[in-house]
Design a protein around this ligand. Structure first.
Ligand code: PHE
Length: 444
C-alpha cells in the first residue's frame, strides 16, 4: 500500500491537520454545555486528567496503527494482523462510524451557518434579547432551512477533501486553525469583561467537589475521547499520512495541548457570558445557540457595531472549527473508497456527499433521529472502537514494533525514555478506563 500515498509536509502540518480534526464542535458546542451540566470546574479537572492519561495514549495508538500500516482505517487492522479474519471484519467499524457522526455533525455545522447569516443581517443583534434566545428553537423546529444549511456545510466539507491531503486538508487547516485561536481569544476576553461575568469565571476555576460523581468522570472521559477524535478512524487515517521521520509522540502532545487549550478558551468565551446573561448553564445542547445570540442582542443596544462583529466572529469560529473536523471524518471514508474500490477521490467525495447528505437530512428534520445518531456514535461506538485500537496496539502488535514506531527505530531519545510509561498506559490504563466508562454509563 506504500504506492504514491500523500504525506503531510512536516511537523506543523501534522499538528495543524490533527488539531483541526480534534478541535471542533466538541470544543465549542459540546464542551461548554457538558461543563454546565456536570458541575463546572470539577468536570474540567477530570477532563484534563483524562486527556493526559487516557486519551493521549489512545491517540498515540491510533497514529501508530495508521503510520505503520500506511493505509485506510479498514485495511489497517487486517494488514497489521497479517490478514486475520477477525481484524478484517473489525476494520469496517472505523469506516462506518465516522459516516454516522458526520451526518449529524454537519447538521450542527448547518445551524452555525444559519446563525452566521443571522448575525450578518443583524437579526440577532438588532432584536430583542428574548427573541434572539428563542431563535434556536424556532429555527430547529421544522422547515427546510436546517436541511439546506446542512447540505451547504456538507458540500463545503467535501469540496476541501476533494482537493487532496496536501493541497486540500493541510492547506485549509494551516490557514484556519491559527485564525481560530485568535478569534476565540478575542471572544473570551470580551466575555470575561462583561458586567456580571465573574460568577461564570469562578464557576470555571473554583471546584466544588461535592458535585463529583462517577458519571461526571464518565462524561468527562467520553468528552475527552470525542474531542480528541478518537475511535473514529480519523486519527488512524491522518496517522497514515504522517511521514516516517515525524515524531509521533511530539505531534500527539502538540495536538492534545491545542485541543485542551481551545476547549478551555471556549469555556471562558461561553460561561462568563452565560452567567452574565442569567442563562441556566445546564440547559443542554442548545446552550451556545441560545446564550450567544441573547448576549449579543443584549449588548447591541449600547454597541451595535461591536456586538454584530463579535457575533459574526463567534459563528465564523464555530464553522471553521466544525469544518476541519468534518473534513477528517469524510477523509476516513474517502481513503477507504479510493484504496478499496475503483472510485477516484472526487467520485468518493461525491458518494459520501450523497450518503451523508441524505442521512443528515433525516437528522435535520427530526430531533429523534439526530439523537439516535449522536448517542449511538458518541456514547457507544466511539468507545468500542477506541478500546479496539488500544487492545490492538497493546496485545496484537509486537511491543518491539510499537517501540519502533514511537521512537523511529530507537533514534528519538525522549520518546524512548518515556516508552515504558506510555506502553503501560496503552496496555492497561486506557482499556480499563474505557471499561469503567461502560460500566458507569450502562450498568450503574
Ligand atoms: N473532535 C471533533 C470535535 O471536537 C469531533 C470529531 C470526532 C472529529 C471524531 C473527528 C472524529 O468536534
Amino acid at each position: 500500500m506504500e504506492g504514491n500515498r500523500e504525506n503531510f509536509g512536516g511537523r506543523v502540518a501534522v499538528i495543524m491537520a490533527m488539531a483541526g480534526s480534534a478541535i471542533g464542535l466538541g470544543n465549542i458546542w459540546r464542551f461548554p454545555y457538558l461543563v454546565g451540566e456536570h458541575g463546572g470546574s470539577v468536570f474540567i479537572i477530570v477532563y484534563v486528567l483524562a486527556t493526559v492519561f487516557v486519551s493521549l495514549p489512545v491517540f498515540v495508538s491510533e497514529v501508530v496503527i495508521g503510520r505503520r500500516s500506511r493505509c485506510n482505517a479498514a485495511s489497517a487492522f487486517s494488514s497489521l494482523s497479517g490478514g486475520n479474519r477477525f481484524w478484517k471484519a473489525v476494520g469496517f467499524l472505523p469506516v462506518a462510524i465516522p459516516l454516522i457522526i458526520v451526518s449529524y455533525y454537519s447538521v450542527i455545522g448547518g445551524w452555525s451557518i444559519e446563525f452566521l447569516v443571522k448575525s450578518l443581517d443583524m437579526s440577532i443583534t438588532g432584536s430583542d434579547p428574548a427573541y434572539a434566545e428563542g431563535l434556536f428553537d424556532s429555527f430547529t423546529s421544522g422547515g427546510l432551512m436546517p436541511v439546506v444549511m446542512h447540505l451547504v456545510f456538507m458540500g463545503a466539507t467535501v469540496l476541501v477533501v476533494a482537493g487532496g491531503v496536501r493541497s486540500g486538508i493541510e492547506k485549509f487547516s494551516k490557514l484556519t486553525i491559527p485564525a481560530l485561536f485568535v478569534l476565540i481569544v478575542v471572544i473570551a476576553v470580551y466575555s470575561v469583561t462583561l458586567p456580571g461575568a465573574s460568577a461564570g469565571v469562578s464557576y470555571l476555576v473554583r471546584p466544588d467537589f461535592s458535585e463529583f460523581t462517577p458519571r461526571t468522570a464518565a462524561y468527562a472521559m467520553g468528552q475527552s475521547f470525542y474531542s480528541m477524535s478518537l475511535g473514529m478512524g480519523a486519527i488512524i487515517t491522518y496517522g497514515s499520512y504522517v511521514s516516517r521521520k515525524e515524531n509521533i509522540l511530539a505531534s500527539s502532545v502538540g495536538t492534545a495541548v491545542s485541543d485542551l487549550g481551545l476547549a478551555i478558551l471556549a469555556g471562558f468565551a461561553i460561561m462568563p457570558a452565560v452567567f452574565a446573561a442569567g442563562i441556566e448553564p445546564g440547559s443542554g445542547p442548545g446552550l451556545i445557540f441560545r446564550s450567544v445570540p441573547y448576549i449579543f442582542a443584549t449588548m447591541s443596544s449600547g454597541m451595535p457595531v461591536l456586538s454584530t462583529v463579535m457575533s459574526v466572529m463567534f459563528f465564523l469560529a464555530v464553522i471553521v472549527a466544525a469544518i476541519t473536523s468534518s473534513i477528517s471524518l469524510v477523509e476516513v471514508g474517502v481513503a477507504f473508497f479510493v484504496e478499496r474500490t475503483r472510485l477516484g477521490r472526487k467520485a468518493a467525495c461525491l458518494l459520501i456527499l450523497v450518503l451523508c447528505g441524505t442521512a443528515g437530512t433525516f437528522c435535520a428534520l427530526d430531533g429523534r433521529v439526530f439523537d439516535v445518531f449522536d448517542k449511538t456514535s458518541s456514547n457507544f461506538l466511539l468507545f468500542v472502537m477506541a478500546l479496539v485500537s488500544v487492545l490492538f496496539v497493546g496485545f496484537v502488535m509486537k511491543r518491539a514494533d510499537v517501540f519502533d514506531e514511537v521512537t523511529n527505530s530507537g533514534s528519538l531519545k525522549t520518546p524512548a525514555r518515556l516508552f515504558p510509561v506510555l506502553y503501560f498506559l496503552i496496555k492497561w490504563v486506557a482499556p480499563l478506563a474505557v471499561v469503567l466508562i461502560f460500566v458507569t454509563n450502562f450498568i450503574l
